[in-house]
Design a protein around this ligand. Structure first.
Ligand code: SDX
Length: 428
């Protein structure tokens, strides 16, 4: 926090705006009193220059390609940590001791089962329902089952709801997949790791033992780490805005899932793989790059570009490395990976992408790994939501426990008709 001020000259009025500094990153102009002093709003559709809150969870430097969670780099966390440990870090602010991690993992594992009544909830969906539609419905419905953890004023209930959401997302996601392929639901097995348990619930069948492949478990756990949190992205902002009205945590996370589904956001991983498959072979790449550059063509390179990263998304770097590891471990030779790498190479050397600072983002390579593991493209955003739940929950907790928290209620620039008198239909 600093005592710098910015001066705004508005007609004959001069307004001083406090300038506040964080521990790192851009300063902010505190405009909380601006409307009261000037009768003016600021105007920032898409919030390209707006800090919506103060947070201590995740820091991104888009120009340097830096991503820190509670100060630890995504490179170190994805290489040396685990999703359970990163979840503890996001929720509690510090890396856990061995005992703290063991206790946390134990607590999470004791919430992995769903109320049995919820399994009938799935039967209301068509078998070909998109799993993200099921996730929106089932997660929102959790508030109908877990009333004992919906009082947001009670920190104990907030903690239980947080643990329930993190623990049950893999179960809900796996059940959505099982329902879509007509196989029976597999109950959680708490002897397995968080990620191993998810793999077994998804790909295991009652007819035989399921062996978790360590290389796959490690790769998927790393993918979960890469998706855990990302500052005030669209879905996190949705969770915060929903939470600011006092809505229960299950409803807030369901709102975040709905927002994440969009192809400009979390839906991009599904769209990116579908795009790579549509391109099919390297010789078709120039045609698609030309389309992406064509102002009259709505086509965009899915998995490319980012509101914040104007350099390489550090998660995409880790993801590309992980593709190689998984394809080698599974002895899968997916020609789409070659298409992705050649597409990246051509785009990064094209003046359009260079000038607009468009680089691969977290969604560009993830689909290749998930497809190699056996997930259908319709499950890709579900996995993103599964992993991002800990970030949404941590951001929601940070907002709810802020004593200065108030309902989010933006204003607008009104350009519609001014007041006019109603005309009865016979006079129109
Ligand atoms: C995620 O916010 C987060 O942190 C999100 C996320 C997270 O972890 O939560 O990182 C996850 O959502 C990653 C982004 C996944 N989306 C995609 O890959 C979809 C494709 N990308 C774009 O739609 C776009 O890049 C966005 C939505 C990601 C960012 O859009 P912005 O910041 O609003 O930028 P823009 O749309 O204004 O684009 C700037 C220019 C435009 O050209 P001009 O109008 O200035 O001439 O770049 C062009 C765009 O047309 N452009 C692209 C492009 N992305 C932007 N052109 C071709 N292909 C692309 N992918």
């Amino acid at each position: 926090m600093t005592n710098k001020v910015a001066t705004l000259n508005l007609g004959d009025q001069q307004v001083e705006l406090p300038v506040i500094s964080g521990t790192v990153g851009p300063d902010v102009l505190d405009i909380r009193k601006l409307y009261g002093q000037t009768d003016c709003f600021t105007f920032d559709p898409g919030f390209t220059s707006t800090a919506s809150c103060e947070s201590q969870l995740t820091y991104i430097d888009g120009d340097q390609g830096v991503l820190l969670h509670r100060g630890y780099s995504i490179e170190e966390l994805s290489e040396q940590s685990s999703f359970m440990e990163v979840s503890y870090l996001l929720l509690n602010g510090e890396l856990p001791s061995k005992q703290e991690l063991s206790d946390f993992s134990y607590t999470i594992s004791r919430h992995t089962m769903l109320h049995e009544q919820l399994s009938t909830f799935y039967r209301g969906f068509r078998r070909d329902a998109h799993p993200m539609a099921i996730m929106c419905g089932v997660v929102g419905a959790l508030s109908a089952f877990y009333h004992d953890s919906t009082d947001i004023a009670d920190p104990v209930q907030r903690k239980i709801a947080s643990h329930r959401l993190i623990a049950k997302m893999p179960t809900i996601a796996a059940m959505a997949y099982k329902y879509s392929v007509g196989q029976p639901f597999i109950y959680p097995d708490n002897k397995l790791s968080y990620t191993g348990n998810f793999l077994r619930m998804t790909f295991g069948v009652p007819a035989e033992e399921y062996e978790v492949i360590p290389a796959v478990e490690k790769a998927l756990d790393r993918i979960f780490i890469l998706h855990a949190d990302h500052e005030q992205n669209a879905s996190t902002s949705t969770v915060r805005l929903a939470g600011s009205s006092g809505a229960n945590p299950f409803a807030c996370i369901a709102a975040g899932i709905a927002c994440l589904w969009g192809p400009a956001h979390g839906g991009a991983n599904e769209a990116a793989l579908n795009m790579l498959r549509e391109i099919g072979t390297p010789d078709k790449i120039p045609h698609y790059i030309a389309r992406a550059k064509d102002k009259n063509d709505p086509f965009r390179l899915m998995g490319f570009g980012h509101r914040v990263y104007k350099n390489y998304d550090p998660r995409a770097t880790v993801m590309q490395k992980t593709v190689r590891e998984v394809l080698a471990a599974l002895k899968v030779n997916d020609p789409i990976f070659e298409v992705a790498m050649q597409l990246e190479e051509m785009a990064l050397n094209d003046p359009y992408f260079i000038e607009k600072k468009l680089f691969p983002n977290v969604d560009f390579y993830s689909g290749i790994i998930l497809s190699a593991i056996g997930f259908p493209t319709t499950m890709f955003t579900v996995l993103f939501a599964l992993a991002r739940t800990v970030g949404w929950v941590a951001q929601w907790n940070e907002m709810i426990s802020d004593p200065g928290q108030k309902i989010g209620r933006p204003r607008q620039l009104y350009t519609g008709p001014t007041a006019r008198t109603y005309l009865p239909v016979e006079k129109r």
